[in-house]
Design a protein around this ligand. Structure first.
Ligand code: SAH
Length: 639
C-alpha cells in the first residue's frame, strides 16, 4: 500500500542528469515511471528512454497517466502541455519540481486532478516548500469541487467555477444541506463566508452562490443571478422486488422513472436491498455490477418483522413476508448503523436490528407484459461512502516538525481525518490540509479516540491517529489494534499503516550525547494501567542487568512516590555517581536538560514532561556530554 496509490499511474520527466538524480529516488517512493532522453543512461527498469521529441512523447503517454511530475522550467512545461490540455475535470495533475528540489509547484488540475494534494505530499516527502496558487487553499477553505469526495458524494450539475470563485472572493455562499455528513462544517476556519440557512429570509440579504447537498434533484431556476452547485450524498436505498427473469434494462429504467417522479437524484443512490431469494436474480446482479452498488439481501423473516405502509397478503403467501421492497429499503437505510463492527457486503441478515422508519417513496409497481418490479426508497442518516477505510497510526516525534519523518508528514497530510490529543494536533497544524476533519479529544479519552478512528475508518475514511514520539511506544497504536481485534477485525478492512516516530528516549539521548550506545530499556513509572509490583520487578531486573534505563512518565501530580522508589532500587545495584540525564520537553521551546547522578537526581524538578535516563556502570560524563561506551576501546586495550 502506498500513500500515492490514489494518484497512479504517475509519469515523471527529467531531461538532465541533475534532474534524473533528483527524481529517481522520488519515483521509487511514488511508484512512478521516470522518462529520460536517450542521451542519458538508464538506471533500472523503472526508468525508460523516450525517443524523439519530448513533446511527441508526452502526447503518446498523456492519456495513460493521472499525474505528471516534471523537473524542468515551468515555462518549458507550460509550452509542452498547452496543446494537450482539454478540461479541468479530465486533465492529469501537472507538478513541477525545481532542479534543486526545494520547491514543488502545483501547475495544473489542482483540485479535481489532485495536483494540489500530490504537490503537498511530494513537498513533505522531499522536505520542500509546496507552491499552491489556488485561492481556497490559502483561505484554508475546502475546495468546493472536492468537498464530498471523502464521503463518497457524487457531483451533481452546476456552475462549479462560479461557486468556487464566489468562495475565493469571500462572498456569502449559502449552504443548504439536507443529507450527508456535516463533519466538514465543523472544521471550517472561523472567517469562512458560508451561510447555513436562508439569508434572504433570516437577514434579508441575497447570497452570491449556493451549494445544495441533498438527495433531491434541484432544478435551478433559469435566469437566476448567482451560481449554484449540487452534491449528492449517497443516502438512498432502493428496496427492490421483481418477477423472475426481469431484465437489467427494465430494472434500470424503472428505478430511473421512480427517481424522476419523486425528484430524487440517481447519483444519490447508495445501494439496492432485496429478499435473499433474489440474491441470484441475474437482472439485479448485473444492474448492481454496472452501477457499482452494493446488494443487500434479507430473509423473509427479517423483512416480515417490521411494519410497512403497504403490506401485501399475496406477497406474504408467495415468499413469506408481506413486504419486499418497502421492508428491504428500510433495512438497507439502517444498514450502516445496524452492522457496525460486523460488516460484510451482501449479508444484511441480522437479528435485533433497531430499525428507523425512513421511507421516502412507498411501494411503486412498474410492469410491462412479462417484466415487473416493485420499488421503494428509504433515506439513511449516514451516507454510503463506497470507499475502503484506512487507519494511519502516526508518531509525531518529540515536539518539532523537523523531527517528524517525511513519511509521517505525508500520512498526516493525506488523511481525510486526524484524531489526537489537542497538544499534538497543534504541533502538526502546519501539516494539515484545508478541508480535513480534525477530532481533538482530551488526554484521558484514549479509548474514545481509538473507537472514533475505527468508526470513521469502517465508514470509509482514511484516518490518521496521532501520538507524540512513536505511536507504538506508550502511544495510541496498540490501543487501536486492540480495539480492532475486539471488533473481530479481519486484518484488512480497514487497512492499517504504522508510521514510526522518534520516541522520547531517542530524542532525550540525542540532546545529551550518546547514552544508548549499549543495551538499554524503557520503563514507564505510570501504574495507572500496570500494577506497581510489575513495574518494581522490571526496575529491579533492569538495574541488576546493568541496562541503560529510560524512565517514561516518571512523576505526575498524583504519582509522586514512584520515582523515589525507582531511585532506591537503582541505588541497590548501581554506583550513586552513575550519570543521570533529566530532559524535559526535548526539542520543544521550553526544553531543559539537567545532567546529574543517581544519588542527586531527586534534587531536581522531574515531572510528566521529563524523561529520566539512567546510565549503566560504564556510562560517563565528559564536558556536559553523556556517553555510554560501546566497548571499542576496551577491545583495543586487550589486543
Ligand atoms: N509515545 C511517546 C511516549 C508517551 S508517554 C514517545 O514515544 O515518546 C509520555 C512520556 O514520554 C512523558 O511522561 C515523558 O516521560 C516522555 N516524553 C514524551 N515527549 C517528551 C519530550 N519531548 N521530552 C522529554 N520526555 C518526553
Amino acid at each position: 500500500m502506498s500513500l500515492f496509490d490514489a494518484f497512479q499511474p504517475i509519469a515523471a520527466i527529467a531531461t538532465t542528469p541533475q534532474a534524473t538524480q533528483l527524481l529517481y529516488p522520488l519515483c521509487q517512493s511514488l511508484g512512478a515511471t521516470l522518462y529520460i532522453p536517450e542521451t542519458l543512461p538508464l538506471i533500472d527498469t523503472t526508468t525508460c528512454h523516450y525517443q524523439g521529441s519530448l513533446k511527441a512523447h508526452l502526447a503518446t503517454i498523456w492519456r495513460n497517466n493521472r499525474a505528471f511530475v516534471f523537473c524542468l522550467a515551468t515555462g518549458a512545461v507550460t509550452r509542452l502541455i498547452a496543446p494537450l490540455l482539454n478540461d479541468k475535470s479530465s486533465d492529469p495533475a501537472i507538478i513541477v519540481i525545481d532542479p534543486t528540489g526545494q520547491y514543488v509547484i502545483s501547475l495544473c488540475s489542482g483540485h479535481q486532478g489532485g495536483a494540489d494534494r500530490l504537490t503537498q505530499l511530494i513537498a513533505h516527502h522531499l522536505n520542500a516548500t509546496s507552491i499552491i496558487t489556488g485561492a481556497s487553499h490559502h483561505l484554508h477553505l475546502p475546495a468546493i469541487d472536492l468537498l464530498g469526495l471523502a464521503f463518497g458524494w457524487r457531483k451533481g450539475p452546476g456552475d462549479w467555477t462560479g461557486v468556487s470563485h464566489a468562495i475565493a472572493s469571500q462572498k456569502m455562499v449559502q449552504v443548504i444541506q439536507e443529507a450527508g455528513s456535516r463533519l466538514w462544517q465543523e472544521n471550517l476556519p472561523q472567517n469562512h463566508h458560508f451561510y447555513f440557512g436562508y439569508p434572504e429570509i433570516e437577514e434579508n440579504v441575497t447570497p452570491e452562490g449556493r451549494i445544495w447537498i441533498s438527495a433531491t434533484k434541484r432544478r435551478f431556476a433559469e435566469g437566476s443571478t448567482f451560481p449554484k452547485v449540487q452534491w449528492y450524498p449517497r443516502v438512498l436505498w432502493v428496496g427492490l422486488g421483481c418477477i423472475r427473469g426481469t431484465s437489467q434494462r427494465f430494472i434500470a429504467s424503472a428505478i430511473k422513472e421512480v427517481c424522476q417522479k419523486y425528484h430524487l437524484a440517481e447519483d444519490a443512490i447508495a445501494g439496492i436491498a432485496t429478499i435473499d431469494i433474489k440474491a441470484d436474480e441475474v437482472g439485479i446482479i448485473k444492474y448492481c455490477q454496472e452501477k457499482e452498488y452494493p446488494l443487500l439481501t434479507y430473509s423473509a423473516d427479517i423483512l416480515n418483522s417490521i411494519n410497512v405502509p403497504n403490506p401485501s397478503v399475496v406477497v406474504k403467501e408467495e415468499v413469506g413476508t408481506s413486504s419486499v421492497a418497502e421492508a428491504a429499503a428500510i433495512y438497507g437505510a439502517n444498514y450502516w448503523f445496524s452492522s457496525q463492527g460486523n460488516r460484510e457486503q451482501g449479508t444484511g441478515n441480522r437479528e435485533h436490528i433497531q430499525v428507523k422508519q425512513s421511507l421516502l417513496v412507498t411501494k411503486q409497481i412498474i410492469k410491462s407484459e412479462n417484466e415487473a418490479v416493485t420499488i421503494a426508497i428509504a433515506q439513511s442518516e449516514l451516507e454510503y461512502t463506497g470507499r475502503q477505510g484506512k487507519i494511519y497510526l502516526v508518531g509525531t516525534g518529540p515536539g518539532i516538525l523537523e523531527q517528524i519523518t517525511p513519511a509521517a508528514k505525508t500520512g498526516i497530510n493525506q488523511a481525510d481525518a486526524i484524531i489526537g490529543y489537542s497538544l499534538y494536533l497543534d504541533l502538526i497544524k502546519p501539516l494539515q490540509r484545508s478541508g480535513q476533519i480534525i477530532e481533538s479529544l482530551p488526554i484521558t479519552k484514549e479509548k474514545e479516540r481509538a473507537q472514533k478512528a475505527i468508526e470513521l475508518a469502517q465508514w470509509g475514511l482514511s484516518v490518521a491517529v496521532i501520538s507524540s514520539g512513536d505511536c507504538g511506544i506508550y502511544g495510541m497504536a496498540g490501543l487501536v489494534l486492540e480495539e480492532l481485534k475486539n471488533n473481530n477485525w479481519d486484518g484488512k478492512n480497514p487497512s492499517i499503516e504504522v508510521f514510526p516516530g522518534i520516541t522520547a528516549l531517542q530524542a532525550v539521548a540525542a540532546r545529551v550525547g550518546t547514552p544508548l550506545m549499549h543495551d538499554f530499556c524503557a520503563i514507564s513509572l505510570s501504574d495507572l494501567l500496570t500494577p506497581w509490583e510489575v513495574i518494581t520487578k522490571r526496575l529491579t531486573a533492569a538495574s541488576m542487568g546493568d541496562f541503560v534505563t529510560a524512565l517514561y512518565n516518571p512523576r505526575s501530580q498524583t504519582r509522586q512516590s514512584q520515582i523515589v522508589e525507582a531511585q532506591t532500587i537503582f541505588l541497590d545495584y548501581r554506583n550513586p555517581n552513575t550519570p543521570v540525564a533529566l530532559v524535559r520537553c526535548a526539542y520543544r521551546q521550553d526544553e531543559s536538560i539537567i545532567l546529574t547522578n543517581l544519588k542527586e537526581m531527586l534534587n531536581h524538578n522531574i515531572d510528566m514532561l521529563t524523561t529520566v535516563l539512567i546510565g549503566n556502570s560504564s556510562t560517563f560524563l565528559h564536558e556536559n556530554w553523556m556517553v555510554t561506551p560501546r566497548g571499542y576501546n576496551r577491545v583495543e586495550e586487550q589486543k
